[in-house]
Write a protein that binds this ligand. Sequence first.
Ligand SMILES: [Zn+2]
Length: 89
Amino acid sequence: MANKTYRTCQNCGTVNLNRDYCKNCGEIININLKRKLEREQKAKEKTASEKVKKKIKSPSYLNTQRNMKMYLHTILHVSFIPFVSWCSP
Ligand SMILES: [Zn+2]
């Protein structure tokens, strides 16, 4: 290889040649890779939190509709069935 990149590990001080990760402790020593990974991690966290927000938002809306239906259903049954059974001989 023509390009020799020496990177010193910030964690343990080991000098690594042409490596992205420290051969001694496994720490990321390629700062560009580290930043890229951090960016990807943040993007992932952002989309995950947005998904969670959406998840929380839509079921609560659905739940209120479902609850309303259940409520009306129950009211109808509770008031209608005894009325019919009372009226019928
Ligand atoms: Zn190290």
